[in-house]
Write a protein that binds this ligand. Structure first.
Ligand code: MN
Length: 708
């Protein structure tokens, strides 16, 4: 274990202004707080925070980060409190320790359903101060190094999985490559011991066959470059078993073909020398086509720069080469952290490290967040998708969510006024299902209202509730105006003047609060216009009531006389269900509704669930194949909003002898229509042909039979 003196010396070696006193106090505080606690290995617990601080000092991190490393488990695992930390080490350290502690708490909830939310919190915590993540990664690295002491296999595997899925990608993302490599390889030990062992054996074999190729190549390269006047530092290493494994998986190469196991690095003085060196290497060894990458002219998002190439080296071994300057090397080795440390040159004043802010900037803006998400494997969060606003705000939504869900998640008003969406910069229909990492831009218009059709495809409770609320209020408005119309007409027919005041005066009779309530009830058929009339003019009570029946056209059902269905009771009225629009060829069932007759549904209609406990209502029926009746099938079409697209649509339907009986635009944006089209057909086969024909039409985005 590193001693107190060693740690302080190490920090002072790269940061002479480090607060020596605070470091010493943190060391002692942590030692006392952890006291006699032991780790599963039997080591004193205190060895862990000291090692974490050591790992952080390898990366030349600032004094507060090192202190946080020493203290990071004291609040979680000992009697020490946040107040103690704040009092003894100041608010900055307290905030960092608090951040790391919270991350640890998030981590300990292994509940799958919480992981998506945890991931969001993780992103949030890191975005507040990247040092929280650095300390957390160092903590995880040391825990992985000592993971073999953990007794329970299941726990080891869970921690390894999480390391592989979250922490290694995060380490890569902020450019700390050696942490990433080590985290992956340590997790690989637990997750696939057999795979790892077979790679190690293969590596041994290749090594034995080739002899000490690494030093051979190193000597040869250094000599060749020296002759060309290039001073270089060449180093070589074997790749980690996990990186070899990944390459085998990715490139789908077999074990026998596995040959490029060595990587060499050439560090030179200038950018020009990088390209000169590349030339020397390519003329000395045969290059492997397709492997050259120039990360100097196009640097990686995390700041990494190098030239990469692969060549056939001595003994016919494929070897990888990285060529870079010393500046680039610092960045590659120490992550973005070092880059700014180096550039800044002056870190003696103990001021906020500029690179932290710059790194945060990168995480927040400069880079495509989807790449970040791609790197952190999101399969873990299979039930969630993570999408971004153009500003980079993250929304986590249930899988299957659409731009409408996204809009409502941003704000109710955004949802209510949503007219269209751009996904990754391209206009897409509102019913498009979002994918992980999609950038979603919602287009709004003040004049737009929620469409009832949205309810058919949204996934979130919030969106559904908002749409329903709107639709209900909208329906109410329609019923009110219909009811008022009916009432006015009734009054007129009976020679009475329609006056709101008169109706208001008799509200009590209906136990209703307003005239609108009365019209609403008339509109939906709860009351008749005549009921209202006799409330106002009781003397009309014995008069004729010619309009009492069937005043509300919406209440009428469609009954068909030429019944093409077998298995019915004679004289029974037949209706075709509006929910599923059954067609000859569909498997069907009849549901008996007392006083109404039989309603025919398709066998897979969702409405049937309401009748599962009423077997007495089910009627076994079948289509009469000889009947020549026509039926109305309903299809839902999403169509590009272009000139002529509607004409093409009707042409295709007409060509298949379909007769359009009704066409309703249910949703309309600048770029897409959504339509419900009722088509008279003889059977389901004909409708299927029409659907197929429409799908082959370029302007048609999607077609489905509407059977909600
Ligand atoms: Mn820890």
């Amino acid at each position: 274990m590193m001693r107190q003196y060693d740690l302080v010396e190490r920090v002072k070696s790269y940061d002479p202004a480090a607060d020596e006193d605070a470091l010493n106090r943190a060391y002692v505080f942590s030692m006392k707080a952890h006291g006699a606690q032991l780790r599963e290995s039997g080591d004193s617990y205190f060895s862990h925070p000291v090692e974490v601080a050591g790992i952080l000092s390898d990366k030349k991190l600032d004094c507060d980060s090192i202190i946080t490393g020493l203290l990071h488990d004291t609040v979680e695992d000992t009697v020490a409190t946040m107040d103690d930390i704040n009092r003894l080490f100041g608010p900055d350290v307290a905030r960092l320790v608090d951040g790391v502690t919270k991350l640890s708490q998030i981590e300990s909830q292994s509940d799958q359903t919480k992981q998506a939310e945890n991931f969001r919190k993780l992103l949030l915590a890191m975005s507040e101060d990247i040092r929280v993540l650095l300390v957390k990664l160092a903590d995880r690295l040391h825990n992985m190094r000592t993971l073999h002491h953990v007794g329970r296999l299941e726990k080891r595997r869970r921690i390894s999985r999480e390391t592989m899925d979250i922490y290694a990608p995060l380490a890569e993302r902020i450019g700390i490559r050696d942490w990433k490599d080590e985290l992956e390889d340590l997790a690989f030990v637990e997750l696939n011991p057999d795979g790892r062992l077979s790679i190690i054996n293969r590596l041994d074999f290749l090594r034995n066959r080739g002899g000490d190729l690494i030093s051979l190549v190193m000597d040869e390269l250094t000599g060749t470059l020296k002759k060309k006047g290039i001073r270089s530092m060449v180093s070589g290493r074997e790749k980690t078993p996990y990186s070899v494994w990944r390459k085998m998986q990715r490139k789908n190469i077999g074990f026998e073909q596995l040959s490029d196991i060595m990587a060499f690095r050439v560090v030179v003085e200038s950018v020009e020398q990088c390209y000169q060196t590349l030339g020397v290497i390519h003329s000395r060894y045969q290059m492997i086509p397709g492997r050259f990458k120039d990360y100097i002219s196009i640097q990686k998002p995390n700041g990494y720069k190098s030239l990469h190439t692969s060549v056939i080296g001595p003994e016919n071994q494929r070897i990888e080469m990285q060529i870079r300057t010393r500046d680039m090397h610092e960045v590659a080795e120490l992550g973005v952290a070092a880059h700014w440390l180096y550039k800044q040159g002056n870190y003696t004043e103990g001021k906020q490290y500029q690179w932290l802010r710059e790194l945060l900037e990168i995480l927040e803006h400069a880079d495509a967040p989807e790449e970040f998400l791609e790197h952190t494997k999101l399969e873990m969060f299979a039930d969630q998708v993570f999408c971004f606003s153009p500003k980079g705000d993250l929304q986590s939504l249930p899988r299957g969510s659409t731009p409408v869900d996204f809009a409502y998640a941003v704000h109710t008003e955004v949802g209510n006024t949503c007219v269209g969406a751009k996904i990754n910069g391209r206009i897409a229909p509102l019913r498009t299902q979002l994918n992980n990492g999609d950038q979603v831009e919602i287009l709004t218009s003040k004049t737009q209202n929620p469409s009832p059709a949205w309810e058919g495809f949204v996934s979130t409770g919030k969106a559904r509730a908002c749409i329903r609320r709107y639709v209900r209020s909208q329906q109410r408005k329609e019923y009110i105006s219909l009811g008022r119309e009916i009432t006015e007409k009734t009054f007129r027919q009976h020679g009475h003047e329609f006056r709101l005041k008169a109706i208001k005066a008799v509200l009590k009779q209906f136990v209703l609060g307003s005239t609108d309530d009365v019209f609403f009830d008339v509109g939906r058929g709860q009351l008749t216009g005549f009921d209202v009339l006799i409330a106002v003019y009781p003397e009309m009570k014995n008069g004729a009531n010619p309009v009492a029946q069937a005043v509300n056209p919406r209440l009428g059902g469609d009954s068909d006389n030429a019944v093409p269905i077998r298995g019915l009771i004679p004289g029974m009225a037949v209706h075709y269900a509006e929910c599923c629009h059954p067609l000859p060829g569909d498997r069907i069932v009849g549901i008996v509704i007392t006083g109404k007759g039989v309603t025919i549904h398709t066998i897979d209609c969702e409405t049937l669930e309401n009748f599962t406990n009423m077997p007495e209502r089910w009627l076994d029926v079948a289509w009469d194949v000889d009947s020549a009746t026509t039926h109305v099938g309903r299809i839902r079409i999403v169509l590009a909003n272009e000139p002529g697209s509607l004409a093409n649509l009707t042409t295709v339907i007409g060509r298949n002898s379909g007769n359009i009986t009704n066409l309703k635009i249910t949703d309309r944006s600048a770029d897409f229509f959504e339509l419900l089209v009722d088509i008279e057909v003889s059977d389901v086969k004909q409708l299927t042909n029409i659907v197929a024909g429409l799908r082959a039409t370029p302007e048609v985005n999607s077609v489905d039979r509407d059977q909600h």
